[in-house]
Design a protein around this ligand. Structure first.
Ligand SMILES: NC(=O)c1ccc[n+]([C@@H]2O[C@H](COP(=O)([O-])OP(=O)(O)OC[C@H]3O[C@@H](n4cnc5c(N)ncnc54)[C@H](OP(=O)(O)O)[C@@H]3O)[C@@H](O)[C@H]2O)c1
Length: 456
């Protein structure tokens, strides 16, 4: 009767959800509160075969009676979701390698068995569906295809996948999300339906959207997805008052940053970070083939010394200086002689590199994701302009203190809390001795008053 394992998804019509263990159900005491904002899902991972699902089901029944609110449902992961999860895992293998294309994984299932699988490895190479169809061969006829993104129906760098799917005789296609690319967006699905293939959209859609969040931003608004990342002390400082900042976060957090660099197209830092820290901004993951994103220094007037390590010609990958017309021409020539491109952009009202112009230019160059690695002045400019799409804050168990010590986001700051950048879809994770808080800035409205729905 009760689901035996896998994932249980709680959907709260309003407010919060709480999971209860069996003894806790008896005592009516919550053992692991899983708070969800209205409309959000809390996910509790179950251990296979341990039957904890049975412990949790009564909680779902108790909650509406006890608190008297909303619909509260709970469903075991379906077999379709399990295959889709495999497609997502395959897709994730292409992370940081497929730009400007999305990451896509595909699984072909026949009689409950995987007969084909594949993922998109890099732009210009065959799409995930083609790899999976190739592996399945004749066994694809009448089989079910799971793919995290709607199959394409247009000629890009490769022919349309819809035609290959039809030619192979696939009977049913499950896609986690429609392709946000305006050239596809529903047309791939329509083409399959027209030809008599059953299509289902939306299994594990949230995970699929997150996996391709950079691609979605890039393909819909033509600029990179911007991730603001910083490492701060518990009191929000990113360096001491003397500018000492190495290292605030621990080794595991720093390793996570290198993994992150491995998946983005570009990194941006402010001139003063290069002057203070002289960073390399390369990707260093021992024993792994790394991808070195384009390194960008925002240096409006040419204050960064040409001998900075980031301009070393021997560094893997490329470095670019984002400058304004005030950048001295002799410095530009010296940098160009070291293989560094100097990109002259319009200045903002403060005479600094205009962030919007920079993002537009990067978008035109097919840069789909940009990691802002500080410092606080640069971050403030991007937050103030509403250009940050995601925040990754590593918080170290450290107190730096001091009015003069720089904070993660500098500048004047917002005058009122309603104007402040509030994150949603917040996650908290332990990374070694540090805590990673991540989330997405709320768009287009003032932060509403927090009114808890659940009595405590
Ligand atoms: N813990 C961490 O995660 C972390 C990370 C990075 C840095 N840091 C620390 O942060 C400190 C440096 O931070 P900071 O705030 O002083 O400087 P910053 O943000 O690194 O650099 C600011 C400078 O960048 C240039 N810039 C160009 N275009 C800009 C724009 N649109 N918006 C903002 N700046 C622009 C400006 O100089 P021009 O006008 O001359 O171009 C500006 O003064 C250092 O102590 C460093 O160690 C810590």
């Amino acid at each position: 009767m009760y689901p035996k394992g896998g994932l249980l998804t709680f959907r709260a019509g309003c407010g919060s959800a709480r999971a209860y263990s069996r003894p806790a159900v008896k005592a009516r005491e919550p053992f692991r509160p899983t708070r969800c904002k209205s409309g959000a899902d809390g996910i509790v991972r179950m251990e296979e075969g341990r039957g904890r699902a049975a412990h949790l089901l009564p909680a779902a029944q108790i909650l509406p009676r006890r608190y008297g609110f909303g619909v509260f449902s709970m469903a075991a992961e379906t077999k379709h979701e399990r295959w889709m999860r495999l497609a997502l895992a395959l897709a994730a293998r292409g992370r940081g390698r497929t730009s400007p294309n999305p990451v896509v994984g595909a699984v072909i299932v026949r009689d409950g068995e995987v007969v084909g699988e594949g993922y998109h490895e890099r732009a210009g190479t065959p799409h995930a569906e083609i790899h999976a169809l190739h592996m399945a061969g004749e066994r694809a006829r009448g089989a079910v295809l799971y793919v995290n993104l709607e199959p394409c129906c247009h000629f890009g760098r490769t022919p349309p996948c819809t035609e290959a799917i039809l030619a192979a005789g696939i009977a049913e296609v499950h896609m986690a999300m429609l392709d946000p690319n305006p050239r596809v967006n529903g047309r791939g699905r329509a083409r399959l339906e027209e030809a008599g293939v059953r299509t289902i959209v939306g299994e594990l859609e949230e995970e699929a959207r997150e996996l391709n969040e950079a691609f979605t931003t890039y393909i819909t608004i033509g600029r990179p997805f911007v991730i603001a990342k910083f490492a701060a002390s518990l009191d929000g400082k990113i360096a001491t008052r003397t500018g000492h900042s190495r290292w605030i976060s621990g080794e595991e957090a720093r390793c996570r940053v290198h993994e992150l660099r491995d998946t983005v197209d570009a990194i941006l830092v402010g001139a003063d970070t290069v002057i203070a820290d002289d960073p390399l901004l390369t990707t260093r993951l021992p024993g792994r083939e790394c991808r070195h994103p384009l390194r960008i220094v925002a240096d409006s007037r040419g204050r960064v010394p040409t001998e900075a390590r980031i301009f070393e010609p021997a560094l893997p990958g490329r470095t670019l200086v984002a400058a304004t017309p005030a950048f001295p021409s002799e410095r530009r020539a010296a940098l160009e002689a070291r293989g560094v491109e100097v990109l002259v952009l319009p200045a903002d009202p403060q005479g600094r590199v205009d962030p919007v112009a920079l993002l537009e230019t990067l978008g035109r160059r097919e840069v789909t994701s940009l990691l802002l690695e500080g410092g606080g002045t640069l971050l403030e400019a991007f937050f103030r302009a509403g250009l940050v799409d995601k925040v990754l804050a590593f918080i170290a168990p450290l107190i730096i203190g001091g009015r003069e010590s720089p904070t993660a986001v500098a500048g004047e700051g917002f005058a009122r809390l309603e104007e402040a950048v509030r994150l949603e879809r917040v996650r908290v994770e332990r990374v070694g001795e540090d805590i990673l808080v991540s989330g997405y800035p709320r768009r287009g409205r003032k932060a509403p008053e927090e009114t808890p729905c659940l009595p405590d």
